[in-house]
Structure formats: structure tokens, C-alpha cells
Design a binder for this molecule. Sequence first.
Ligand code: MG
Ligand code: MG
Length: 631
Amino acid sequence: MKTSIATVSVSGELPEKLAAIARAGFDGVEIFDADFISTAYSPRDVGKMVRDAGLELTLFQPFRDFEGLPEPFRTQAFERAERKFDVMGELGADLMLVCSSLSPHALPGLERAAADFRELGERAAKRGLRVGYEALAWAPLIHDHRDAWEIVRRADHPAVGLILDSFHTLSRGIPVESIASIPKEKLFIVQLADAPKLQLDYLSWSRHFRNMPGQGDLDVLGFMRNVQATGYDGVISLEIFNDQFRSGSARSVAVDGKRSLIYLMDQLRAGKTAASATVAQPVALPPKAEVKGVEFIEFAVSKADATELESLLRALGFHIAGRHRSKDVALWRQGGVNLVLNKDPEGFAHSFYINHGPSVCAVGLAVDDAKAVAKRAESLMAEPFMQAVVQGELEIPAIRGIGGSLIYFIDDKSNLKDLWSVDFHAEPEAAGQGAMVRQIDHMSYSTEYDEMLSWILFFTSIFNVDKLPGQDIADPVGLIRSQVVQTTDGALRLALNGAQSMRTLAGRFIEEFFGSGMQHLALATADIFAAGRRIKANGLDLLPIPKNYYDDLVARFQLSPALIEQMSECGIMYDRDEVGEYFQLYTKTFDDRFFFEIVQRHNYSGFGAPNAPVRLAAQTRFARNLAVPKH
Ligand code: MG
Ligand code: MG
């Protein structure tokens, strides 16, 4: 099965688009008429450019307002088509997409449209060309692929076929089972696009909000299962109109597109029945990674700024549990949480530090089979990472994740399970007060707004995680788009916060950090009140939360005055859902960037989103050094 993408899907001038598309590994490209018209290259040069890039020209599109016209418009439409056939001849394109008519002159009637297509097919065939008919979701007469198919069937010409586009079918809720009975040789090309569920007219929805399969809410997989049932083995092409993609990086949009198709084909293969045939890719990927937990989080720091982080960790109840055998790296531990502080003047962490300052440079995930996960990730176009290790130390499989940070994979199938004893020697634990936190609850990343869809596809395609519905959260100086991906059991919970304004906390983080990265780490405790008191007694400031918030809590949840009093002492915030309760507190943000959160979760499945605007305002006051009035 061949993959293709329309030039309209990626940004830039035509040569840049073609280079990005070829580099991402597509087999072919659809030339979008507007991209062709606006280029200064001749049709022959464009055709040559496509072939020189190693691409096949899969489709020339669109040709509009063709069928159902009375004279003199009908004759004019055929003349327009002949001129486009001339262009196609020079381009070296053999298939033209005709989309259903929006013309106010067009008359209804399947037979009339079929007659028009029979004649168009005749003219195309004389030149060795073919035409495919596509029903646009917003067209007044033909907006259902079943009607378009009926016209193609009645046209009954070998040079006339049907073009399916998942957006047009799925946006209108047309039953996808109707596809399975279409003869595969009459399907000339299949275009794919996903989209978020929105209350919008079809045209605006399609023109601005399409995204890659797996990034939206449409059942593109169900659509493709029915295409697969026809035995179709032609081109699968992405046609993505998206304002964000058009202004983004051509390269990363093309890579996302290719990744989405590899993932889709893998899902098709997994669900393949003996009767359905050939769409899926020939080689199966290793299964989606089951994440069992977060094994460690690694901070890149210099010797100088390690002191601040170390005293913060100490105040949060962590102690040094091990030191690396060959590097200036310490393991800080508490309960089941391992934090690695890397001060080594060489290696990946150090170069990450040079680029980003003190920061989280890597996360180690406990998975079922580390090698298999790395292989799946690489098959899905993740960038593998290898670091030189001293003999006797472990080579841990890793890939690049958000902002170029690393994701390591650790399993207990191999010697990776002995990581802490092989690479580290243990430090005796001083008698302490016992752990106040037990495990990592969630990790929160600030990302560029237009990277969010990429990372969602990255995580959902590699790992067995679900994405929760996105939410908009008010920061005092702009909106933040928040989206969570997580495993069903909560072993991995990632919150991605996309900053639309650089003035928001997430935006300031990205500016100072020079890119996307982890901004806070939430640790789970069994007793947040004890934890809050102990952290304060250790001399660490917690984020103060205003009295108005607590007055509102009383009104919303009827909490006792004694409980409210205890909460406000440590800046503890509260939320509740149908089944559970959630308590959360925050350390002050150091350097206007990283902070810790402590949470206590009782069957609660959210992240305290209603509290986020209050917390963000408190953090902004802190960052600006504004006084907190007493009342
Ligand atoms: Mg289309
Ligand atoms: Mg949080």
C-alpha cells in the first residue's frame, strides 16, 4: 500500500513542501491546484521536481463545479477540463479529482451527472488520464459518497471512479459500512483526515480544523476497516487543511502525517480478518507499550544550581540513596520515587543543561519489554538515542521525547532491572521520618501550542494510553490549552499544556527554557496535611492561596471550617468529582520555571482543573513579586 499527502497539508513554497514530504518517507504527493498556480515553476518543472524528489504524482486536485450544468455552462466546464488535462499532461499526473458541484447553475439528477462523467471519462481516456469523483460534505446536491458512487456506477466508464475522503463521510455521520460493497477497482484514491468534534458548518470545519488520523475525534479507523474490506490496495493519501499546520514546520507536519499512517496501518493489521485483505503494512510493529510506572526522573543541573534543587528535595523529604559509579550523578529517593540529579560535566545531561538551564532532561519509564518498545517507537519515526557508557554499565534503550529530552525504557525482563545496583553504589539512609510521598502522580509539560497535536499522536501511537478531552484554562495573561494522556490504571499520567500567549506561566517557561519541557512534577501522598506541615517545618515556602478561594470552596462543597483552616495553612486546594476527592498543594516556582505539586487522590480521575486559574494567578503574583493583601 502506498502513502501520499496533499501539498496543501504542509507549509512553505512548493519545493520546500516536496522536500519535507519526500524526507518523511511518503511514496507520493497530491498536487493541490492552488499550490501549482501560485508557483513560478512551469508544469514540466513541477513534474520533474516531484519525480526528482522520488515521489509519485498521485493526484491533481481539485476540479470544481463540473457536473449537472445546463448550456452554455456545460460546454465551458468541458473546456476548462480540457485545459486542466493539458496541464496534467505536462505535470505527468494521470488522475484528476473532481469534487461535487457548488455551482448555483447545477441541476439535480443522478442520470444527468452520470452522462456528464461518461463524456468526461471519454475525453480523459483519449489522453490516458482518469477522473475521480468526490462528494463534498457541504455541496448542495451531492454530499454523500453513496450518491457519488451511484453517479460513478451509472457513468460506467473505465476512466471514471470514486474518490473517498474520510472527513466528508465521517463529518456527516454517513454509515461507513456502505463503503465495503464498492468494487475496489472503482476506488481511484482514498483520502484521509481526522478532525476534532466541533459545532461548525462543514466547510469551515474542513478548511481550518482537519488533522492527522488519530489526532482528532473521527473514527478514521472504522472508515479504513471498510475500505480494507473492499480489498483496496491503492494509495492512501492525507488531505489536511489546518491553519496551524500551514504555519508550522513543513518537516514536522510531514513526519506527523507519516507517523499517523504507520500507526493507522498497524491498527488495521491488528484487527485484520482473513476475509479482508491488503491495506495493512506487511510487517507488524511490536505491540503498544504497556507502561507500568515512572522508574525515574533525571534533572540536568550544574554544580552551582544543584544546591537550590538539593535543598528543595531535602525539604520535600527526599534523601540520597545512591551515587553513580563513574559520573557525578546522585540518586535521590523517597517511597517509590527516584529522582536523578546529574551534575556531570559531560554527556547528554550536560549539553541539555547548556541549552535549557536546570531542567528535567530525561524520564525513565518502566515497561514490559524495553527493546520492543524502543523498536515500536523507532518504527513510528521516533528518534532513537544512544549514549556511550563505561564498560559494565547498562545500555538503556531511549528515544527523544518532548523538547529533545529523553525517554528511557526499563523492564524487568533483562538486566535493566538491576539499574540501581549496577550503575550506582548505595548510600546508607539516615534515620528519617519516613516517606511523605509514595509515587509520581503525574508529570506536566509546557509545550508550544502548535506542538500539542504532535505529542498527543506521539504518545498515543507508541504507548497504550488514552487521551482525555482537551480543556482551556485561564491564566491571568492568556489561555492555556491542556490535554492529558494517561494509562487506564494511572501508572502514567502526562499533562500537556500548550501556551497560546508567551506571557502565560507556560509561555514564560517556554521562552526561558528555549522550548517545551517538563514544568511540574506531582507527587502522590497518603496524607497531604502531614506533608504540608512537614514541608513548612523543613523551611520550604508553599504557594499561598487567597482567602476568597476558600470562601468559595465552603459555598461549593460544604467543607467544615476546621478542614478549611487546615487547608489554607498550607495552601491546599480541593476538588471533587462524582466518585472521588482531590487535594493538591504547590511549592513556589523557582526561577519562574519548575515546581513540585503534592497531591492526595481518592478515586478522583481529574487534575484539579477548576483550581488551575487560582493557582496560576498565585504563581503569577509570586513571579512578579506582588504583595498578598491580608483580609
Ligand atoms: Mg478530499
Ligand atoms: Mg498538576
